[in-house]
Design a binder for this molecule. Structure first.
Ligand code: DOR
Ligand code: ZN
Ligand code: ZN
Length: 437
């Protein structure tokens, strides 16, 4: 019997080495991996000679906005950016306007994403100030609980030691991971200069915050995930407490490849939280990711803002940068320039994020797994924000030389993006939200 599609004779990574293989797809799943000449009959095929056949990226930290912030991004443009960036699954953060603190908003988000998405979308929820108000009905549709000690989703919440313990207990009872933005609760006064801003988000505070969550994680045997680690000292603390599958962590490409000194002092373009650190931190974060495995994966922290919000002077500018269209070219450039082994690339971009969130049929190209695939090519180019599908087009990576591009993105066996164009409308087949297997 003929399969739906065969991706023929592409460069496929097997046991960490490049080889030539064909990938057969049937009913949205990978039917098998074949040597040249052994492929089954097919209804459609793509000649993949010269293209890498890779698992789509799984980005477990994105802000797709929508609702009252649709001028920054919405589910359509955000997931177009994902597809164009070779990202086949995104998990959306709850700090939208309105925030995800109840089932009504979550359901509205799911419905909106379902009709306008180009890739798989999963969700997180926040925790209301009164923890008893947390609606357990949400658990079926979320992949984790997210907390922001520095700017709580429920403005009344104060991230004291007790609150951290209560949130941790809720995650344990809910049998899902607790994710957190590592930073201490905001001080009363607004930073009046750059020095005060950086002092208010120091590495020392990042470490203290992670320690306080680790303490609660140990006390209640919770599953804890540390978002966007930015400091060498934080990576060290995670290393000292590492525990496979109960303490996991991510790093964003900007914290791997950029440092504060690369930008003029008053430039809002590279303002994000946590802020950029030093070249030493860059180096130690890369080591934590690829040598010691203290950090499990990369996640873009795609945080779109409007142009005027990013061109404002540093203290007034909004924090956050778009990242969905830069992760793949940046990470594959590391591979092609031989600073990153294929085996590490596959783990940190696809299989580890799937494992962290319990997505058991995603993140690996093997028989029976979801056919979420990206065809990529070696091609020299430069990062150009104006070409982004995201509404946010200002990136601190502007002009950076990269050696790779996304050619085709396949989601659940369906070709979504091909040679710079979208070949399906929004609302692709399959279900939103992505759920735990
Ligand atoms: O820079 C950031 N932007 N850090 C965050 O934690 C939030 C994000 C946003 O939503 O804009
Ligand atoms: Zn954050
Ligand atoms: Zn974020």
């Amino acid at each position: 019997m003929a399969v739906d599609m065969v991706l023929k004779d592409g460069i496929f990574i097997e046991n960490g080495r490049e080889t030539i293989r064909s990938v057969a797809i049937e009913s949205g799943k990978i039917e098998g991996i074949y040597k040249h000449g052994d492929e089954p009959q097919y209804r459609k095929s793509i000649d993949c000679r010269g293209f890498y056949i890779l698992p789509g990226l799984i980005d477990i930290h994105v802000h797709l906005r929508d609702f009252k912030q649709s001028d920054k991004e919405d589910y359509e443009t955000g997931t177009m950016a994902a597809a164009a960036g070779g990202v086949t699954t995104v998990v959306d953060m709850p700090n939208s306007d309105p925030p995800v603190l109840d089932k009504k908003i979550l359901d509205e988000k799911i419905a909106r994403a379902q009709e306008s998405r180009y890739v798989n979308v999963g969700f997180y929820a926040g925790i209301p100030n009164n923890i008893e108000d947390f609606d357990v009905q949400m658990l079926r549709d979320i992949l984790g609980l997210k907390v922001y000690p520095n700017s709580p989703l429920d403005k009344a919440a104060k991230y004291t030691k007790d609150r951290i313990r209560e949130c941790t207990k809720l995650a344990v009872a809910s049998e899902i991971p607790l994710l957190f933005h590592p930073d201490l609760p905001a001080r009363e006064k607004v930073p009046k200069d750059m020095e005060e801003f950086f002092l208010a988000h120091s590495c020392e505070d990042e470490v203290k915050s992670v320690q306080s969550f680790i303490d609660a994680k140990i006390e209640y045997a919770a599953r804890l995930h540390v978002c966007h680690v930015s400091c060498a000292a934080t990576a060290r603390l995670i290393y000292d407490n590492r525990a496979e599958d109960t303490l996991t962590a991510e790093v964003s490409p900007h914290h791997l490849f950029l440092s504060g000194g690369d930008f003029a002092n008053d430039d809002g373009l590279a303002k994000m939280l946590p802020p950029l650190r030093s070249p030493y931190d860059n180096k130690m974060l890369m080591e934590a990711l690829c040598k010691t495995c203290a950090i499990d994966c990369v996640a873009s922290d795609h945080a779109p803002h409007k142009k005027w919000e990013k061109t404002a002077p540093f203290l007034k500018a909004s924090s956050g940068i778009p990242g969905l269209e830069t992760t793949l070219p940046l990470m594959l450039t590391e591979v092609f320039e031989k600073r990153l082994a294929w085996i590490d690339y596959l783990r940190i971009c696809s299989s580890a994020p799937a494992r962290i969130l319990g997505l058991e049929t995603k993140g690996i190209l093997t028989k029976g797994y979801d056919a979420d695939i990206v065809l990529a090519q070696i091609q020299e180019g430069t990062i150009t924000g104006e070409k982004f599908f995201s509404k946010a087009k200002i990136t601190p990576f502007e002009g950076r030389r990269v050696l790779a591009r996304t050619v085709t993105t396949i989601v659940g066996g369906e070709i979504v993006f091909d040679e710079g164009e979208f070949v399906t409308g929004p609302g692709i087949v399959g279900q939103a939200p992505v759920q735990k297997s």
